[in-house]
Ligand binder design. Structure first.
Ligand code: BJ8
Length: 384
């Protein structure tokens, strides 16, 4: 019989529900692997018969606990992820049998060393010069090494058939998710970006055996059929930069309340990443996985020029009127690369650009609100 964490009764209803859903999956014999990054090849986790669950911290919760061991100036995403883990507040970490991680930014990879004192953590070496000779070969070997870790942890064999099934399933799920995101290509979008992204995010936390792909398709049809009152003439915004889950309310929700539409994200979870599929016909499925995952345009890559080509395409496809870049405190790679985004927006795309340096606290909510209001005015003036 599995036990619940000692502080279970102190959790709010949503957290209790998450705990119970994963608890039931675990009770039925399912294994769970936690992950932190979009470079994690989820297919090998599924081929090992395990549930994959994203563990990134998305709120201030856990940060005070993390700051007893990590520097205060570290990225809030890393602090929240670690703090939730050490304080048993994260249901997904609590029930994870192991963690699959990668060497992305310095803060994350050093945090994994501390995390490995609590749970089995396997860290994959991510080649950050992905255009260089041997990068593909090296990441292919890393994925094979990670598969061996899972096989040993769960005493299973990842057969070619299971891996192929997982690749096909994930490709089909990604196609469905891209269709969901593309609802916002309709002008005006029939659904708010806040609602759409909330639904998209919840897809990663689906632990029951019913047909997830069919559910995603159903909600896409429902969204497309909606009519939104007073949605005409609202400026359409693309959000880029660091993952935005931890600042959704003070940035995305507020942006929409103030009169703009969040239609698209250029980040590692948005449509530009989901559209990368794994070649199902490649005789070497590990190489096919490495090819797909190395396409992800994160600022930890150097150079990272494809990111800017993708922003250009998204701006056109989603008819974007302005770009907001979110830089989380302590994220040096996105902070430095922001110069290129600003240059692209202002000199090439001739679009208003707003950079928000922030963290997961609410202390800057008022200041952000003022800047968002001014930004909407600029977008409206540009359109006039
Ligand atoms: S693929 S964006 S999930 S690394 S914001 S922790 S980079 S200091 S989250 Fe990321 Fe993977 Fe890239 Fe996506 Fe470090 Fe920056 Fe913090 Fe970051």
């Amino acid at each position: 019989m599995l036990s619940l964490p000692k502080n279970f009764e102190t959790f709010n209803d949503a957290r209790k529900k998450s705990f119970m859903s994963l608890y039931e999956a675990k009770q039925s014999g399912k294994k769970v692997i936690g992950f932190f990054c979009s470079y994690t090849p989820l297919e090998i986790i599924n081929a090992a018969g395990a549930i994959s669950v994203g563990l990134c911290g998305k709120s201030e919760q856990g940060i005070p606990e993390a700051e007893t061991r990590l520097p205060k100036t570290l990225c809030p995403l890393i602090k929240a992820s670690y703090g939730m883990a050490i304080s048993d507040q994260c249901p997904f970490f609590y029930f994870s049998d192991g963690i699959l991680a990668e060497t992305t930014c310095d803060g994350k990879k050093k945090m994994y060393e501390l995390m490995s004192l609590i749970k089995p953590v396997h860290v994959m070496n991510l080649p950050q010069g992905r255009d260089q000779e041997l990068a593909l070969e090296s990441f292919t070997l890393e994925i094979k090494r990670a598969a061996k870790f899972l096989e040993k942890l769960f005493n299973v064999v990842i057969t070619p058939g299971k891996l192929h099934d997982a690749i096909v399933y994930r490709n089909n799920l990604r196609r469905a998710i891209v269709d969901l995101y593309e609802v916002a290509k309709i002008k005006p979008s029939p659904v708010s970006g806040y609602e759409l992204s909330t639904v998209a995010e919840s897809i990663d936390f689906h632990f029951t055996d019913d047909d997830l792909i069919e559910k995603v398709k159903k909600i896409t049809r429902e969204f497309k059929a909606r009519v939104r009152e007073n949605a005409q003439n609202r400026p359409r915004v693309l959000i880029t930069g660091c993952p935005n889950a931890g600042v959704r309310d003070k940035v995305i929700k507020r942006l929409e309340e103030l009169g703009a539409d969040y239609v698209c994200a250029d980040n590692c979870a948005g449509p530009r990443t989901q559209k990368f599929l794994v070649d199902e016909n490649n005789n070497d499925p590990y190489k096919a996985l490495a090819e797909r995952y190395l396409k992800i345009n994160c600022s930890v890559m150097t150079p990272n020029n494809e990111r800017f080509n993708d922003i250009k395409s998204l701006v056109k496809e989603y008819q974007v009127d302005g770009i907001i870049e979110i830089i989380l405190q302590g994220c040096h790679t996105f902070a430095v690369e922001a110069y290129n985004t600003m240059t692209l927006a202002q000199n090439d795309l001739h679009l208003p650009y707003l950079r928000l340096d922030t963290d997961f606290s609410q202390t800057d909510s008022g200041q952000i609100e003022t800047r968002l209001g001014a930004f909407i005015e600029i977008m409206n003036d540009s359109a006039a």
